[in-house]
Design a binder for this molecule. Structure first.
Ligand code: GDP
Ligand code: GDP
Length: 436
């Protein structure tokens, strides 16, 4: 797992400026979960071969009431999730009572904390820093986030204790089989489902070497086939189900989505769909992950409730209609086994290869059935299609004036390809290119 750096400090000290600078690299993938985290922002960055995750927070003003209190709560949660805290203060406005209040909080926290004095551009550094020693957080470090001054050297030092990792390789235990990520907001039944999936008839191959590493992968077998569970609920570290689940962690969820082949998103039939579900799902979608939806806690509910839930999901999750939907009870094990065929299908669809010939034929048939429109008196031409990637599958369509292709026509093509290729459980991406 990436080392996690939380940016903490009162408003206006330059946290967002530093966040943007740290997540600007090629691999930066910014997850913004307004509903899930209020104003915590997550981003990835890479420096000198080391990858990291940064959390930006709303800020703590030290005098918390109302909205500020909510922001402070966000900061506290970010600190909780982090390995390292960068406590930012403003070198221009000098030491402030709010800074002292935050320092008091950070001193009792066990996290490795760096005191970062920002906006020292054009200041006489020595005197600008002097006051901040009394915060008792250690040596103040001077940076100018807006200009990037001293930022690289600071982050290099911060990351010193963490090992280098090839950013292209997931930090897995090398276990083979489809990697399944069980995700969802707190209390929907993830741990119960994970335990159920690992139930008695499966051989759990606990890999002790793996446990000492990122410890989020659980290899197991079902009917002679290997699978790997990517564990976000901390099930592996618990001795039994009754032990308290770990706190819901966005970081772990993001990591699991990144490292799994197929995400099983758990929804709660009893509470229905809430904002948090939509935001998580949105993230799964942007990441291009194959997906299976499991509506849990189905036990004891009436049939009408099922239709109601199905309609609500269709209405509100229309954008995820590629996913197969299951109604399960993790507690009783009902329909849990049905998830596997969907997981297999989603995995196969996501990793399919199709020949250029086949794709071009599908394109020709589709165009014949239903011509693209005329633009400025010329008909849009679509000539050829080939595959541009897998997981998710990318179809590249060549023609001319493709920039003018209406959205409705793109949807028609997407649906046609999906149907003919029998793609289920994975998003598909289309790219349109115009040639001469
Ligand atoms: P946040 O509220 O802590 O996220 O602070 P922002 O990143 O929004 O920055 C607050 C203000 O400080 C903005 O106007 C920035 O342009 C400015 N600022 C940020 N970093 C620097 C810096 O290194 N030098 C100077 N002079 N201004 C900065
Ligand atoms: P997590 O936070 O998503 O890992 O959720 P847990 O697995 O800890 O479950 C939260 C609560 O929901 C627990 O009290 C479970 O016993 C309960 N629960 C989980 N699955 C079911 C189910 O299928 N039916 C019912 N009725 N309750 C369930």
């Amino acid at each position: 797992m990436n080392p996690v750096i939380a940016l903490v400090g009162r408003p206006n000290v330059g946290k967002s400026t530093l966040f943007n600078r740290l997540t600007r690299s090629r691999d930066a993938l910014v997850a913004d979960f307004p509903g899930l985290t209020r104003d915590r922002k997550y981003g990835n960055g890479i420096l000198g071969g080391k990858t990291y995750t940064v959390i930006d927070t709303g800020g703590i003003s030290g005098d918390e009431e109302g909205i500020d209190a909510a922001m402070a709560e966000q900061s506290l949660q970010a600190i909780d999730e982090a390995d390292i805290v960068l406590f930012m203060v403003d070198g221009r406005s000098g030491l402030n009572v709010a800074d002292e209040a935050i320092a008091n909080h950070l001193r009792v926290n066990q996290k490795k904390t760096w005191l970062v004095v920002n906006k020292t551009d054009g200041l006489e550094e020595h005197s600008a820093m002097a006051d901040f020693w009394q915060l008792g957080i250690g040596e103040p470090r001077s940076i100018a986030a807006a200009h990037g001054r001293n930022v690289t050297s600071l982050i290099e030092e911060v990351l010193e204790p963490f090992p280098e990792r090839d950013p292209d390789l997931p930090a897995d235990t090398g276990a083979s089989g489809i990697h399944i990520g069980v995700i969802g907001r707190p209390n929907v039944g993830k741990s119960t489902l994970v335990n159920r999936l690992l139930g008695e008839d499966r051989v759990v191959v606990f890999d002790e070497a793996g446990t000492t590493r990122d410890a989020i992968e659980i290899p197991f077998e079902r009917r002679g086939k290997p699978y790997v569970l990517v564990d976000t609920a901390g099930v592996r570290r618990r001795k039994n189900v009754r032990e308290v689940a770990e706190k819901f962690s966005i970081i772990k969820t993001l990591e699991a989505i990144k490292e799994c082949h197929v995400a099983v998103m758990v929804l709660d039939a009893r509470s229905g769909l809430v904002e948090q579900d939509l935001h998580l799902l949105d993230y799964v979608l942007t990441s291009g992950r194959a997906l299976v939806l499991a509506v849990n806690k189905w036990d004891g509910l009436e049939h009408e409730a099922k239709e109601k839930m199905r309609a609500e999901i269709k209405r509100r999750l229309g954008f995820a209609d590629y996913a197969e939907l299951h109604f399960i009870s993790a507690l009783h094990g009902t329909a849990v086994g049905d998830l596997y065929p969907s997981i297999e299908r989603a995995f196969e669809s996501a990793n399919s290869h199709w020949s250029t010939n086949r794709l071009t034929n599908i394109l020709r048939d589709a165009v014949e059935q239903h011509q693209p429109p005329m633009i400025h008196g010329r008909r849009i031409k679509l000539r050829m299609a080939h595959q541009g990637g897998t997981n998710p599958p990318i179809i590249v369509v060549h023609g001319n004036q493709t920039d003018s292709l209406p959205e409705a026509y793109k949807r028609y093509l997407t649906n046609t390809f999906r149907k003919v290729l029998k793609v289920r459980g994975t998003p598909m991406r289309f790219e349109f290119r115009s040639g001469k």
